[in-house]
Write a protein that binds this ligand. Structure first.
Ligand SMILES: *Cc1c(COP(=O)(O)O)cnc(C)c1O
Length: 357
């Protein structure tokens, strides 16, 4: 692969005016990383960091018609010591390559892309907000660019990494949110593409999400695609269910996205001596546990919100009530630990932090 061309913008081209309230993913920093792929050219080429701009696409681009499109999401944090940190970024590049494989897309040189990502964050450093719990969200996206209406894998692709300054996911603070269980729609099925971070999975979830919103719920709890019996994910987050003597998270059956926050939460819970299990958890088991008093708390895990505590869970006429005002005890402890590591307030015992500078 050729080397990275870096086009450092002049100061007058880089305006950094961050508004008071940052809406998630609305503002983009002035530098982007771009790289192209063409089978006929022997692979990836044109790797460059350049000025953010619109792109021109052929209307028959395969990504638009057949959905060959994958993405990632991670954050850069301005730590309390002033250094810029990434949280387990190598895991995101690894997962990008796993998603690529599933969607019949080319893999990238993981070290090269990670290096490009780090250079990009360095150049966009003025865009990293310094307010508490603010960060620079990093969004890599790869999509098929070959113009062809025939259904087959594209022979050309584009990878773009953009960055966007973001505030905390819940601007009102770390408060629990109401969740609606759906069995009317499913997000993914085993052997499908639920474990790939690919565009179609999110389109599949939007109608359910919209209907839940209308009923006053902030997210949907997804059940398995075959029987609608086992708990899978909550919105675009993994889920943990804390029983009296166990913290359970759905095992990775193939229809669940293997979250990096999930992986980190499992490790922290092991460190702290919790009985953490990865297994099938049925909705019925959770409803029963709620009735007999052995259900303690439930929370989602993901990069955007970090930890998202659940206030109530509705399934038809059954409603499980948790604390509607305060986040769960373990959810809060995990949130504090993870954000503590990310912002440099807590020791990074597992070597999860990569410094950019
Ligand atoms: C991205 C994502 C997650 C969370 O993954 P993290 O690596 O923890 O951010 C969980 N579920 C879905 C469907 C996702 O897209």
């Amino acid at each position: 692969m050729n080397d990275l061309i870096i086009d450092i913008l002049e100061e007058k081209e880089t305006k950094v005016e961050l508004p008071e309230n940052l809406v998630f993913g609305k503002i983009y920093s002035d530098h982007v990383f771009e790289m192209d792929y063409d089978e006929k050219k022997g692979g990836w080429y044109n790797a460059a960091i350049k000025k953010f701009s619109n792109i021109s696409m052929h209307p028959a681009s395969i990504a638009l018609h057949y959905g060959q499109s994958i993405f990632e999401g991670l954050k850069a944090y301005k730590q309390v010591n002033g250094r810029i940190a990434l949280f387990r970024p190598e895991k995101n590049v690894e997962r990008l390559n796993r998603s690529a494989k599933r969607m019949c897309m080319p893999e990238v040189d993981a070290d090269f892309v990670l290096r490009g990502l780090i250079e990009l964050v360095k150049l966009n450093r003025a865009w990293i907000p310094t307010k508490p719990d603010h960060s620079l969200y990093i969004r890599p996206v790869m999509f098929a660019t070959e113009p062809l209406l025939g259904v087959r894998a594209s022979e050309s692709y584009k990878l773009i990494i953009m960055t966007s300054p973001v505030g905390p996911y819940y601007p009102e603070g770390f408060k629990p949110v109401p969740i609606l269980v759906t069995d009317k729609y499913v997000r993914a099925v085993r052997k499908g593409m639920g474990d790939a971070k690919t565009a179609g999975n999110y389109a599949a979830g939007m109608l359910a999400q919209k209907e839940a919103k209308k009923e006053g719920y902030s997210q949907v709890l997804w059940l398995d695609g075959i029987e609608q019996k086992f708990i899978e994910e909550v919105g675009a987050m993994n889920i943990c269910i804390r029983f009296k003597d166990e913290v359970a998270t759905p095992m990775l059956t193939g229809s669940i996205l293997p979250g990096i926050t999930r992986l980190s939460v499992i490790q922290l819970l092991k460190d702290w001596g919790y009985n953490i299990t990865e297994r099938l958890v049925s909705l019925e088991e959770v409803l029963k546990a709620s009735e007999n008093g052995t259900l303690v708390e439930m929370f989602g895990t993901g990069t955007a919100a970090v930890i998202s505590s659940i206030s109530k869970l509705k399934y038809y006429d059954k409603i499980i009530h948790f604390d509607e005002v305060n986040a769960g005890e373990l959810a809060t402890k995990l949130y504090d630990e993870l954000t503590g590591i990310q912002f440099g307030r807590v020791e990074d015992r597992h070597g999860w932090i990569t410094f950019v500078d």
